[in-house]
Each structure stands twice: as structure tokens, then as C-alpha cells.
Write a protein that binds this ligand. Sequence first.
Ligand code: 6AU
Length: 264
Amino acid sequence: MEVEEVWRGRWENCAHPLCHQYMLSAFKKKSAVVLAADFFKTEDLCAMINSVGEYITAIKTHVDMLEDFEQSSWIEVVKTAKKYDLLIFEDRKFADIGRVSKFQMAGLYDIRTWADIVTSHSISGPDIVDGIAASWDEVERVGGVLLLAQMSSRGNLLSENYSNNTIEIGLSSPHVLGFIGNGSSPEDISKLRSRVGEGKLIWTPGVNLSAEEGDLGQRYGHPSEAIKSGSDGIIIGSGIIHSEEPKAVAESYANVSWNALLER
Ligand code: 6AU
């Protein structure tokens, strides 16, 4: 089977180069798993990448969650991720005006120098995307933005109207490689996919093989359902990192995601 066959319309229609990098990597690894590496210590983060790296395609970080962040040790995280050919995705959820978001890509964490992908809200309007992109331009790197079109958390305020406006912003920007959708609801994902079309990726958090309620309002759906409804990447945190056997569990998530990709 060829990579085009797995991704069908998406392969031809997604213009952003990182979309293709992701699709190719998922094809090679037989995995559409994005690891949400929510750790407090850099060492634990590196250890988890080493444990599950062969079964995932990207690593999602919350760099400001680390208690021991230092540029020198962060380089190790980046090197470890590259060893497994992972895209690095900083889930910063930018939300400010374009100019400030541009500066927030630099600063202490200097996200622009190591992140391939970042998340952004669209609440402040379309210029936030240009601000983020300008920051990557300054360091001559290619990056892509995932806009939050939906969220997985209970009671979130992203109405259908807001979501549709977000899709409009995303579809008209070459810097947006896709959208975050609500992985806990196949119905929400289907709706999002039908509005987004084939030209952008959809990645979904709120996914777990045991679809019980998460902590503090997190909701979960099944990974297979999420992909069959139109998700291209399942973002898994607790399901893997809090399990007794992360490596074996990551392999199961990879298998479930790959089989669902082939079945859709
Ligand atoms: O699998 P979990 O519940 O342990 O982790 C889910 C991860 C967390 C959240 O920051 C993130 O997914 N997330 C996101 C994003 C953008 O990835 C959006 C959202 O609506 N819900 C959500 O949980 O690292």
C-alpha cells in the first residue's frame, strides 16, 4: 500500500509541507498517535520519548509546565525527539494579538527555534497566525499552526458559530496546517471534517481506550471512532503516560489508530 492510498484526498489536497511530513511519518510508523507528554521534569519527558518513540509520530509538549526548564536540558528533549523522527508540537494555545504572540514565540522558551507546530486560539482574530508565522520566519524555520476549532473539555465556550469562523480563518491561511477537534465526540469530529474538507489536518485530544471521564472536566472518546469520524491524529496523554506499561500501551494505540485509518 502506498502513502497516498492511506490518506487519499488529504494527501493531494493538504498544501502545508508539515502535513506531508506528518502523513509520511504516520505511514512509515503505522501510527497516528501524538503523545501528550505532560511532564514536570525534563528527564521524565526524555525517558518517555525513549520508551514509546517508535510508536508515535509527534510529541506534544507544555514547556511551561516543566519545573526544571533550562535551554541546555531542553536541547536533549529536541535531540531525543529527532532520534525517533518526531514532529515537535508545543501546545501553547496562543491567544493574544499578533504582535505579542510573535514575541511569545521567542522569550525564555524560544519556541520558534524548536517547535514545528503550535496551537493557537482564534479569539483575537486572524493576525495571530501571521504573528506566529513571522516568528518562525525570523529564525528561518518552517512551522505550522493548529487552530482550536473545538475543545474536549466540558462546558467549553467554543460555540458552533465560533468554530465555523475559526475554520474560515484557518482555510484562508497557508500557515495553518490544521485544526484541533473534540476527540470525545465522533459527531463533533464529523461535523468539523465536513466543514474543513480535505485540505487541512484534524488532530483530536480527549481520546482514551477506556472512555471514562477524565480529571477536572476532561471528556474521552474512543481512538478508533475519532479517526473514522475524520481525525488524522489522536492526541493521547494519560492513556499512555499514566499506564503501567507505556511502551506496550503506546503500541496498542498505534495499532488501533492505524487499523482505523485503513478502514475509513
Ligand atoms: O489525554 P489527556 O487527557 O491526558 O491529555 C490531553 C492533552 C492535554 C491537553 O492540553 C490537550 O490534550 N488538549 C487540547 C490540545 C490542544 O491538545 C485541546 C483540548 O481541547 N483538550 C485537551 O485535552 O495535554
